[in-house]
Design a protein around this ligand. Sequence first.
Ligand SMILES: Nc1ncnc2c1ncn2[C@@H]1O[C@H](COP(=O)(O)OP(=O)(O)OP(=O)(O)O)[C@@H](O)[C@H]1O
Ligand SMILES: O=P(O)(O)OC[C@H]1O[C@H](OP(=O)(O)OP(=O)(O)O)[C@H](O)[C@@H]1O
Ligand SMILES: [Mg+2]
Length: 285
Amino acid sequence: MSNLRIAVQKSGRLNEDSMQILKDIGISIDNGIDQLKASARNFPVEVFYLRNGDIPQYLRDGVVDAAIIGENILIEKGNDLAFIERLGFSKCKVSIAVPKESKANSLKDLAGKRIATSYPETVMKFLKEQNIDAQLHTISGSVEIAPNIGLADGICDIVSSGSTLFKNGLKEIEVLLQSEAVLAVSPKISEERSVILQKIQFRIQSVLKGRDSKYVLLNAPNDKLEAILNLLPGMRSPTVLPLAEEGWSSVHTVISKNEFWDIIDGLKENGAEGILVCPIEKMVL
Ligand SMILES: Nc1ncnc2c1ncn2[C@@H]1O[C@H](COP(=O)(O)OP(=O)(O)OP(=O)(O)O)[C@@H](O)[C@H]1O
Ligand SMILES: O=P(O)(O)OC[C@H]1O[C@H](OP(=O)(O)OP(=O)(O)O)[C@H](O)[C@@H]1O
Ligand SMILES: [Mg+2]
């Protein structure tokens, strides 16, 4: 059986979370530092450590079968490539920014002006769509400094917390796209390796659903049981078991992380006690 070749970023923003998700889906890799390639001990997978920016070409050429990569890089350099799963980490925006004191309020206001970026294809696409003519300066890093040194009137770069913009006296005026890490696939992947990738995707989905949910156990007075159950979504329906103490029940259910605090408040108001909230490692649906 041939191994699935999966690329992850060698070092940088995506590396740690990419390795963590592989670990969480049960793929153990003997990781020699400075190794460019490693095999999994317990799964037909080889991991290639590559630069994020180089991965689209490796996918296109079929040198790797799949990759964990920033969606923004896929849009910039791999518009012809598909991804099969959003992975929920390395969330960021690709935005247009200008000096704080600039009068520009949108990409349109940069018509005829100079824009510095590491994402020329992305900016070009938006300029074309909006029929704007602007001058692009492609630079590979420290983009945020460009307006300060007189290289450009505006920039297009990654924004996450916004602190890099703030430190450089810039303001965001338009968000071109939202990005997160994705599982991308090579158009040249063989059928045999596709089967391995499907298994990996299924495991990833189980881990991501688990990360999004909490397992909640609580004690409910029987006279409030109905009101409490009405507050709970549950996978099918909550489990209700009688407690040794007369008039009380134990309720078990799964709650989405986002709804969690709102629901907990309601549960307490209805007399729920001994509420335990546990992380879920995997949720296989
Ligand atoms: N500040 C940030 N917050 C969240 N995600 C980010 C941030 N900066 C970058 N990313 C995401 O992580 C990816 C990798 O960024 P990083 O700066 O580590 O590498 P890079 O210089 O783009 O890539 P490489 O050197 O590997 O080609 C980006 O493409 C983006 O998807
Ligand atoms: O909005 P913020 O939270 O400040 O994040 C945005 C910054 O993060 C990234 O740089 P990174 O730190 O990865 O350095 P790099 O330019 O060397 O890749 C990106 O290029 C921005 O400069
Ligand atoms: Mg970076």
